[in-house]
Write a protein that binds this ligand. Structure first.
Ligand code: TYM
Length: 332
């Protein structure tokens, strides 16, 4: 079975619909076909300032949501990044083969550091994509299911793997991004030219999986739509309606064409109402299952402990090989 690795940050109290449609639903699908490793990347979540109590809670809530969305610990390895020290260890080695300019060109770093200013920007934020590369390379992953916003980080990961291999001898498999074009980028409901994002969307622009479903329904109904009244898929001229169609199709596993046929001659209001119902129907059971997992912390801890052990069994030999190749003296 090909190997898959992916990660998600525990930086909010809830994942949002963009996370699910862009990435997490692929995580769920790929546990059936791949040897799958999925990680709550808590070490990535401390690069921009954070609250320790919130981080610990969010790490648990993240794991509970992933199980509620359909990850099955019998079918995949689910773990927390800080439980596997090899991530930070390999990251250091990779930082030492990354150019300063190369890391400076990462678009997410540029965006986030521009907002934080020189002294608000941490070295950790700068090194963030290199830790991400370490995450992936430790598991010799073949594929990495992510949204479009991670493409550049995946390219850096491949570059670093290639560079390491050619400088020190073959050590890492070259991973490929696995991005489903249809839902690679889910847009903000209030600004359908910007991505739905926990850090930059307004509350009305983002659907949190764990928020009150009535609130989600309201947000869908007040989503910004476009001039004209016809329901068409046209990303350029009708980004708002197109985004709603994308979300609707993905949530109900229908094609955009089927939806266009169904809504031919009908108005935006009908589409929004039906999509709101679909969203509510989707999130309700996810919320119930998340709550149930959170009420059983013993089970959650056990899943994560077993996951960390399975992860280390793969990560440790890769790190040992990388250390060997890079010339570190092995301890006796
Ligand atoms: P994060 O935590 O920001 O997001 C998790 C996943 O959700 C995807 N995503 C979206 N997809 C479509 N439309 C959107 N509006 C949208 N918003 C978010 C992201 O692309 C991502 O796949 N750096 C990563 C976490 C990470 C990682 C890794 C990923 C750390 N190590 C190793 C893969 C492999 C991040 O910040 O994702």
């Amino acid at each position: 079975r090909p190997r898959v690795f992916s990660g998600i940050q525990p930086t909010a109290d809830s994942f949002h619909l963009g996370n699910y449609l862009g990435a997490l639903r692929n995580w769920v699908a790929m546990q059936e076909t791949h040897d799958a490793f999925y990680c709550v990347v808590d070490q990535h979540a401390i690069t921009m300032g954070h609250d320790p109590i919130a981080l610990r809670n969010r790490t648990r809530i993240s794991a509970a949501q992933l199980l509620a969305l359909g990850l099955d610990p019998e079918r995949c390895t689910l773990f927390v990044q800080s439980h596997v020290p090899e991530h930070a260890q390999l990251s250091w080695v990779l930082q030492c083969i990354t150019g300063f300019g190369e890391a400076s060109r990462m678009v997410q770093f540029k965006d986030k550091s521009a907002k934080s200013g020189q002294d608000g920007t941490t070295v950790g934020l700068f090194a963030y994509p290199i830790l991400q590369a370490a995450d992936i390379l430790l598991y010799q992953a073949d594929q990495v299911p992510v949204g479009e916003d991670q493409r550049q980080h995946l390219e850096l990961t491949r570059d670093l793997a290639q560079r390491f291999n050619s400088r020190f001898g073959r050590t890492f498999n070259l991973p490929a991004a696995y991005i489903l074009q249809d839902t690679a980028k889910i847009f903000d409901l209030q600004d359908p030219t910007a991505k739905m994002s926990k850090s930059s969307s307004s509350p009305a622009g983002i659907i949190d999986l764990l928020e009150d479903p009535a609130r989600s329904a309201k947000k869908i109904k007040s989503a910004v739509t476009d001039t004209g009244r016809e329901i068409l898929y046209d990303e350029e001229n009708k980004p708002g309606v197109s985004n709603l169609l994308t979300i609707f199709a993905a949530l109900t596993t229908r094609t955009i064409d089927e939806l266009l046929e169904q809504y031919d001659g009908r108005g935006y209001g009908d589409l929004k109402k039906d999509l709101a119902d679909a969203v509510v129907g989707f999130v309700k059971p996810v919320q119930e299952r998340t709550r149930a997992f959170l009420e059983d912390p013993g089970y959650l801890d056990k899943v994560l402990a077993v996951g960390a052990e399975k992860a280390r069994a793969v990560a440790a030999p890769t790190l040992a090989e990388a250390y060997q190749h890079v010339g570190f003296l092995s301890p006796v």
